[in-house]
Write a protein that binds this ligand. Structure first.
Ligand SMILES: *Cc1c(COP(=O)(O)O)cnc(C)c1O
Length: 344
């Protein structure tokens, strides 16, 4: 190592390599995926009082970033097949806004959930029509693509997390923002160091949100393996889906035509979730639920959204659960999960 600990040559190299991986012009390393979202919103100019459309069926951090810049989320329902933002519902909810509110709507954050990319054709079309910035929440989907194009290269910014459990995980926290415009990249580079320009002059209020050399050097090594890991995840995901296809009461994940699913999580649904989870646990398979509480039901958002109905989001939050999936899984481990799924 060089003797720099933060934002040194390893970070600069990793930023170049990650940008290339995503087919983006630039990438700017930050301290976490949540910071990536917040700084991206700030960099495109989202201000207190603005409105940002996103989904409620996501990790809380997506909506946190909107609140941190003083904006308000407009929650949109999901496509029940892919668990990602439904472009039709986005369009409907924008049209339903009173004109004064519609003027405040400035951006949309589609979330590529569980590794499945959003329908970026639909979302980009609507964003263009209404003049919205597009900030992709790609925290769960490094390695996913839509119609052959890597996610993180569609919108004004793509936000990734290197939290240890993500598809590309560091040995600690980290995040990155991919952008196409050099001006936005410069702005992000300013915002991650207190808005400081040079040593002394402060251009604006920024944050302390920096990627360190140790994480970057680990991530550089892991990035070279990511394609291989994603292809293993896809192979295992497909084996699980073959095992459960045709079973009554269990719906495996789908891969929409045009989508390349990165299988960050293998998520099934059942209308009798607790019973299925109990049976799997008896067979020694632990399951998880992401997410049983939609963001609009969380205390921070409940009051502002008390009349909001998101039927597909609410249904998914009652039905989804995931079984373990990771690239190093052995054949025997995979078969045990397949057998347990069939038996329940
Ligand atoms: C993990 C995650 C984040 C936040 O990333 P951190 O690095 O943990 O801050 C944001 N959005 C989604 C969808 C995530 O899964």
């Amino acid at each position: 190592m060089s003797g720099s600990y933060i934002l040194g040559p390893e970070v600069a190299r990793f930023e170049k390599e990650f940008a290339r991986f995503c087919g983006a012009a630039h990438a700017v390393g930050v301290a976490s995926g949540t910071d990536a979202l917040e700084l991206a919103l700030k960099a495109v100019g989202i201000k207190p009082g603005d409105i940002v459309a996103t989904v409620s069926f996501t990790f809380i951090a997506t909506a946190d970033a909107i609140l941190h810049v003083g904006a308000k989320p407009l929650f949109v329902d999901i496509d029940p097949a892919t668990y990602t933002m439904d472009p039709k519902d986005l369009s409907t909810r924008i049209t339903a806004l009173p004109p004064a509110q519609r003027k405040k709507l400035k951006a949309v954050i589609p979330v590529h959930l569980y590794g499945h990319p959003c329908d970026m054709d639909g979302i980009m079309r609507i964003a263009k029509k209404h003049g919205l910035f597009v900030i992709e929440d790609a925290a769960q989907s490094a390695g996913a693509a839509w119609k052959g194009k890597p996610i993180g290269s569609f919108g004004d910014a793509g936000c990734f997390s290197f939290f240890p459990t993500k598809n590309l995980g560091g040995c600690g926290d980290g995040g990155i923002v991919t952008v196409q415009s050099a001006r936005l990249a410069d702005r992000l580079r300013l915002l991650r160091v207190h808005g400081r320009h040079g040593r002394e002059f402060q251009a604006e209020l920024g944050r302390n949100s920096r990627l360190d050399e140790l994480q970057a050097s680990i991530l550089r090594v892991k990035l070279r393996k990511l394609r291989g890991w994603v292809s293993r995840r896809r192979g295992i995901g497909k084996a699980f889906s073959r095992a459960v296809s045709g079973l009554p009461g269990l719906t495996p994940p789908t891969e929409k035509p045009g989508a390349k699913h990165a299988f960050h999580l293998y998520v099934l649904r059942s209308d009798d979730r607790e019973a299925v989870q109990r049976k799997l646990l008896k067979a020694g398979i632990t399951t998880q639920v992401y997410y049983s509480i939609p963001v609009h039901h969380q205390p921070l958002h409940r009051k502002a959204n008390r009349f909001l109905r998101l039927p597909e989001t609410e249904k998914a939050s009652r039905e989804v659960f995931s079984v373990p999936l990771y690239p190093e899984m052995t054949r025997a481990q995979q078969q045990r999960i397949c057998r347990a799924l069939r038996d329940c």
